[in-house]
Design a protein around this ligand. Sequence first.
Ligand SMILES: [Zn+2]
Length: 49
Amino acid sequence: MAKFPEPEKEINDVLICMRCKARNSKTAKACRKCGAIYLRKKRKQAKAK
Ligand SMILES: [Zn+2]
């Protein structure tokens, strides 16, 4: 059961702000929310603890 019907390709094409964790498009040069330039790619596989 998928609670979040997000297409995987969309998840892979996203950048995560390292400051506020906001999602930005992969073409973004700065966070659209807080303006930080520290963006990282979101990994498909989450590290299981
Ligand atoms: Zn941000």
